[in-house]
Structures are given as structure tokens and as C-alpha cells.
Ligand binder design. Structure first.
Ligand code: FEO
Length: 168
């Protein structure tokens, strides 16, 4: 992908391209979470629905954070388009598993951009991305804790499991 660049850009052009791809990934995560929220909402799983609505908001905030960072530093942020979001899930556990997979994908991508920024001496991006590295570790831990909880509760009714799911 070619990113339009202004003359005075402080950022490395390859890093900006990767950041623009990250914008898409964050937006996609937001859309995925919205679909998950909808599934839970339809099944009256209120805590889980609330959890995923909040996650969808959070991912949009991440997306906007990167968007503003690019534009504030002389690059051109690209408005993301998202497709192929599934609305079909087998179970509550499957949803949280899909959520963990999405977070792992985001983490790997963030680490890749971080490494690239470091290799090309783009210190501005490297420092900016530190927040995302920490955030991703927390996000993954949160979902793993929920999956452990679901496994622990085993065959209990879905509503009872849902009552233990944190709302955010
Ligand atoms: Fe912004 Fe959870 O990835």
C-alpha cells in the first residue's frame, strides 16, 4: 500500500504504511466485537453483550489513536473499510475464543510494527507504540481469564455463566 506523504513527515514511510494497516485491523476488531455483542444481546446474555459493546468502543478508540497519530505527524491516515465479519457463532465459549484469536492477531501486528520502527530508527513511532504493547498484554490476559472462568463453570446454564462475565 502506498501512503501519501507530506514533505515534513517525521515518521518513517514504511512504518506509516504498517500503521495504516493497523488502523484497518483495529477497525475490523471493533466490527467483530459488535457482531459478537449482537449475538449475545439476542440471547439475553447481558453481561457478555455489554462486554463486547465496550470492546467494540475500545477498538474504535485504538483505531482513532493511530489515525490521529499519523495525521498529527505529517502522514496521511487512510479511512478503513471492513468486510467479511461473521455473525455466526457456535457458543459463548467459541465467541471468546474468536476474541482471543483476534487479540493475538493484533498483538503480533503491533509487535511487528514496533520492531520495524526500532530497526529504522523511527523513535516517534516506537514510543507511541509502547502504549499498545502494554495494552495488548492486558487485553489478552483479560480474555484468557474469561475463558478459564467459562471452562471452570463447565456445564452450568449459560445465563449463570454470563452473570460472572465482567461487563468491560
Ligand atoms: Fe486494539 Fe484489542 O486491539
Amino acid at each position: 500500500m502506498q501512503t501519501a506523504i507530506r514533505k515534513d513527515m517525521i515518521l518513517n514511510v514504511d512504518v506509516v504504511d504498517l500503521l495504516n494497516q493497523q488502523i484497518m485491523l483495529e477497525q475490523k476488531a471493533s466490527s467483530k466485537y459488535l457482531a459478537m455483542a449482537s449475538w449475545c444481546d439476542q440471547k439475553e446474555l447481558r453481561n457478555s453483550a455489554s462486554y463486547f459493546y465496550n470492546q467494540a468502543e475500545e477498538e474504535r478508540t485504538h483505531m482513532m489513536k493511530i489515525f490521529k497519530f499519523i495525521n498529527d505527524n505529517g502522514g496521511s491516515a487512510l479511512s478503513p473499510t471492513v468486510s467479511e465479519i461473521t455473525h455466526e457463532f457456535e457458543s459463548l465459549r467459541a465467541i471468546f475464543e474468536a476474541s482471543l484469536n483476534a487479540e493475538i492477531e493484533v498483538t503480533q501486528s503491533i509487535h511487528h510494527i514496533f520492531k520495524t520502527a526500532r530497526q529504522v530508527n523511527d523513535f516517534t513511532s516506537e514510543i507511541f507504540l509502547q502504549w499498545f504493547v502494554t495494552e495488548q498484554a492486558e487485553e489478552e490476559e483479560k480474555v484468557r481469564d474469561i475463558l478459564d472462568l467459562i471452562d471452570l463453570m463447565g456445564d452450568m446454564p449459560l445465563k449463570m455463566i454470563d452473570e460472572r462475565i465482567p461487563k468491560e
